[in-house]
Design a protein around this ligand. Structure first.
Ligand SMILES: Cc1ncc(COP(=O)(O)O)c(C=O)c1O
Length: 390
């Protein structure tokens, strides 16, 4: 059955994080949520069919990826990203954040510096701090609505911050940058010269707008691949986050051994069987759905942009190159972070991700997830406009 992206599917009462935990998290019970990065769309039909088959089989014992799983995955990356990782490089984890934390423990010592570029996906910060490492921040620089890397600062922070590992967000959440090949080569050059390993979180790599191109960092050269841990997952692409399966590629044997050793120390061994089956079906049969999804998201983006221009001209929309998350600048209203949150939560009755949680540079911003039926999004935008109109 083809997916109707306009269909509103009631997610309430399914224990979903997005809709069912407002009261527990201190928000009004009936708030409209546009925060966490999953989608209000049903997964592709071939995945649902595969899961139905597996449920009908009725046995959910221990499961591990076979060669066929790896073949399907490698074929996807070869055809979609011109990237040919080896089958041996694959390590499966229950999530990308799980992999970030594992890498931090595997490749750094307590007290070592781990570099990030704020504003950035907030679990980057948590994974460093919670594991007792030093957070080193080289903030992105925003000019005229475009974020870029201050490479002099990036290198300076590496030199002075005892940095051993860099967490790259590519494409970047929340600012929506799709890093160019030239930027990635510069990053790799600096990190190589200072012997800094790179964890490339490329979870958003299928959401790149027309005119932009995602380059897998590890595809740039064998030398670069040798120092990179590439994090991918079907969770964002095919809306499977609750099935908890990520595919991590580590080409360097010694790094992979260390990573696997740390993974084993957490007690993790085999993946969730339904996650594994769903992932294989996704990468084997999900392309058509994904193309339609991308078109729908672009449409949502264009309508949102138009709405903001007409109804909320003081809100500055940072034009995204990728992801389905929009980064909105409310600083023209002159509100403090708390006043802005209060207005959005209590006047607009909207649950967005507040900018300051992405780092101090996010103050005055809010992140909104547009991966939902347009009717739902329009309703949210109308709430927003009403709260800022009077
Ligand atoms: C950049 C980034 N990395 C990782 C994740 C989460 O990945 P996982 O659920 O596999 O831990 C997200 C989800 O929003 C994300 O935006």
């Amino acid at each position: 059955m083809p997916t109707n992206f306009d269909e509103i599917i009631d997610r309430r009462g399914t224990s979903c994080l997005k809709y069912d935990f407002a009261a527990e998290r201190g928000y009004p019970q009936d708030i409209l949520p546009f925060w966490v990065a999953d989608m209000d769309f049903r997964a592709p039909q071939p995945i649902l069919d595969e899961l139905s088959r597996r449920v009908a089989h009725g046995i959910f014992g221990y499961t591990d990826p076979k060669d066929t799983y790896k073949d399907v995955l490698l074929n996807w990356f070869r055809t979609h990203h011109n990237w040919t990782p080896s089958a041996e490089s694959l390590v499966v984890t229950p999530g990308v954040v799980f992999a970030l934390c594992t890498a931090i423990r595997a490749f750094t010592q307590p007290g070592d510096g781990v570099l990030i570029q704020q504003p950035v996906y907030y679990p980057f910060t948590e994974s460093i701090v919670d594991n007792g490492r030093q957070l080193v921040n080289s903030p992105l620089v925003e000019k005229g609505g475009h974020y870029s890397i201050d490479f002099a600062d990036f290198e300076h922070k590496i030199r002075t911050g005892n940095v051993k590992l860099f967490l790259l967000c590519s494409p970047h959440n929340p600012v929506g940058r799709v890093w160019t090949k030239a930027e990635l080569l510069k990053i790799a050059d600096i990190c190589t010269r200072h012997e800094v390993l790179i964890v490339a979180d490329e979870i958003h790599h299928e959401f790149v707008r027309a005119g932009y191109h995602h380059t897998v960092l590890a595809s740039l050269s064998l030398q670069i691949a040798n120092r990179v841990i590439t994090c991918t997952a079907p969770s964002k692409t095919f809306n499977l986050a609750g099935l908890q399966l990520s595919n991590i590629f580590i080409e360097n044997d010694s790094l992979r051994r260390k990573f696997k050793h740390e993974l084993a120390a957490t007690g993790y061994s085999q993946p969730n069987c339904l996650g594994l089956f769903a992932a294989q079906a996704a990468y084997e049969h999900g392309e058509e759905w994904l193309c339609k999804l991308r078109a729908y998201l672009e449409d949502n983006y264009q309508k949102t942009k138009k709405f903001l221009q007409q109804e909320l001209p003081l809100v500055r929309l940072i034009e995204p190159e990728g992801t389905y998350l929009l980064w909105l600048d409310f600083s023209a209203y002159g509100l403090s972070a708390k006043e802005l949150d209060d207005r959005i939560i209590h006047k607009a009755n909207l649950w967005l991700d507040s900018g300051h949680i992405f780092g101090p540079a996010g103050e005055g911003y809010q992140r909104i997830n547009i991966a939902c039926p347009w009717a739902t999004l329009k309703d949210g935008l109308e709430h927003l406009a009403a709260a800022f109109r009077d």
